[in-house]
Design a binder for this molecule. Sequence first.
Ligand SMILES: [Zn+2]
Length: 452
Amino acid sequence: MDWPWYIGASLAGMVGVSLLAWSLFADRSRGRLRCPRCWYQIAPRVETLSITCPECGRSVAKFSHLRRTHRRWRWALVAVCTCVIASALGAAPAVRRSGWARYAPTTVLILAYSHADSPADEVIKQLDSRFKINENWGVVESVNLRPWQETLLAKQCAAVLRDESAGKKMRNHALGLLVALGPRSLPAIDELIATIEANGEYEMYSALRAIQAIAPQGRRAIPALIAVLTRPGAQDEYYTDTAVDALGAYIPAPAEAVEPLLDLMQRKMRTYSSESLKDSIVRTLGRIGPEAIAALPYLFEQIKDTAPLTRAVHVESIGLIDPLHAESRRLIFDGLLHAEVHVRAASAEITRRHPQLLGPSLERLTTDLQSESSAVRLAAARALSSLGPGAAPARDLLVVACADENRSVRLFAVEALWSLAETEPTAAARLQSLAADPDVVVARAARRRLPR
Ligand SMILES: [Zn+2]
């Protein structure tokens, strides 16, 4: 039954509005001249510059002040309060039906968060509905609040994780929010570490993901992450990848992880995810950099029989750990000649960064580009095209290669010249003339690459 509320609301509203109008506008001057303090009516003849009220002694500076409207401010305040009550009465039926949370500001909901008992609570449902939610999983994906509100929410989540009486569902909800909060969950780092150290696989997985999002801050989580790697059976757990990736997210990645990572890499892995776990380990070792030198022999050994994508990850990490080691140099140069584009890209990236690698590589590639064998010329042209602007010293030979009898060599030469065209006028000119090449495919490639 709503109508008693609405009748109450309209009555209070009418009273409030009339009272407000009366208190502010009812007692106007209407030609009378009155003291602005005690409202005593002063004789209308008096029009001198300085007037003193015969009743209260107030001196009035301006004649116009005598014509003021008498406003009753206290009654106006009472009227405003009545209007507020009226609107509260009017909103009451809707609030009773769908809860107060719907009408509460987000900050109030955040403050109420840690007092909720379960995710089914009205406060949490309402809070969730204000975030971006993944449609398939119903999981909060991102939280778009002001920075201070996000920090406040992270603290509230931390309070839920600390609360021993909080239910499993409530804890999982808090962990989900912390993952969505990303780097802003830093205030909850200690609670996240405690969650990893306690058990419960699902909770641990969420906590690991939240820590990964916080890194490179929150380095004090590192020992807990390493402890995850050294658990028995860690090689077969789905959350181990996340722990390894989280370690790799610190800049620089922690050197104390080298030993445990190597141990983990050598354990026999059974699950389908073992390839991705291996990739994660190798990537994280690379991010540790020169301090992971102990891993180098294992990477050299392992790279022999890996799939192309994993090979690219290996080359990248070898390049980060010690690119100038003789075996590293060989592997990186081989990577440049590799048929797979990811391996070439990883190798070219390292080669470009190190002049000690770039010089000798260019020397060998330019020799190869003049080889008798078209397969060798092709590999060289392809490698030079991967090097981008780094291939500038080979520009003249690339121009020659544009007339190669092998079409694929010509295409890669066009590609390589294109990345030089912005800074090298000769390369741009050569591309221009290739646009009229008798070979349609080459001509089209050149035209597509011409600087506009
Ligand atoms: Zn007066």
